[in-house]
Design a protein around this ligand. Sequence first.
Ligand code: URA
Ligand code: CA
Length: 441
Amino acid sequence: MNMVDVILKKKAGGALSPEEIRAFARGAADGSIPDYQLAALLMAICFQGMNAQETACLTMEMMRSGGVVDLSEIDGVCVDKHSTGGVGDTTTLVLVPLAAACGAKVAKISGRGLGHTGGTLDKLESIPGCSVEKTQEQFVRQVQQIGCAVIGQTGDLCPADKALYALRDVTGTVGCVPLIASSIVSKKLASGAGAIVLDVKTGSGALMQTLEESIALARAMVDIGSQAGKPILALVTGMDQPLGTHVGNALEVKEAIDILAGRAGGDLLAVSLELGGRMLVAAGIARDVEDGKARMRGALESGAGLQKLGEMIAAQGGDARVCEDVALLPRAEHCIPVPAPRAGYVARMDTTAIGYCAQDLGAGRKTKTDAIDPAVGLVMDVRLGDYVEEGQPLATLHVNKPELAAGAVASMQAAIHIEEERPALPPLVYAAVSPTETIRY
Ligand code: URA
Ligand code: CA
């Protein structure tokens, strides 16, 4: 097949045939199509889009480009949850132990931080000793024994996505619904989940910043997953401000532990319960979402969720005493407040800029090989709608390199907009997308 013809066809707005899509995915996976042709086709897809058949076909071909995890030995339905990525988005560390404590089996393959967004693997690795590398046998055994495991990608899952994602990252072709949908769903299908709950973020810290694009992404992913025979649904949730108050790896682990210990709550807990309640429905444990949320709350109040997190940390080689004593987590040397430059209401946040600020302090990588500092990051002292006096702290930076603080203070002050008028507060859940309907809240 001549790739130039395929590129020209998409450039002119044509729909690619299954054979053309298969050649594209295979050629990306085995390296036989040069990067410049892959990049040209990716850009043509960004401009011309893909119809539902093309997107589903690309997803299945990317899934088949490598191995598929076999979770059939695990009793019951394995449920998975996937977020499109956010800032202070620690739902996994809250809801996985709660759902497992309610009897769900959660076999989760997570990612690392990407751009301004954090990654669950980096957060888990901030716990002393905790490993996210397991063989498939160890992964299945851990889920069978304690009900949950959160690990990194094993072996050769979706090599086509690995190649295409790396290219998209450096060619301005990440933000495109069919490319994101096929990338995420191919990995979810390859990781063997029996049922999938998606958390599609929307707002200033999300990949898709407008509600319409976010709903379109949720719809595309739900349609592909359900065509592939998986029970799947998506919530579109707000990323107009960091979801939790803590941003940074050990800081986010601390917040998850504080929530599971009943010392904290807020939007991070609320979204975790919404997602987790739906995971329990998908697993056949809860009658409906309200029942699922009530069960999750029960596991929170009894302490069963915190105990389950400790079991998971221990099973992955980590020091589970962090669940009883968060002071055992790495801590930064300096805490530096970000003062409000004037009095008024916190009206808007550039959440992406806040994520980059944590990254600049060392919480994330700028290049693939950067080391991260597990201790650093920031804690938000305000939420949208709060009134602040001039000089009152908007956030507290946790830093190990004091020379970075002045720049970070200025970036945070620029990212948090203070206005005279009290703003309307954004909802936490904007929409729910199932195979049969889209409900807007
Ligand atoms: N996360 C993914 O795995 N793929 C994308 O394309 C975007 C976010
Ligand atoms: Ca099974």
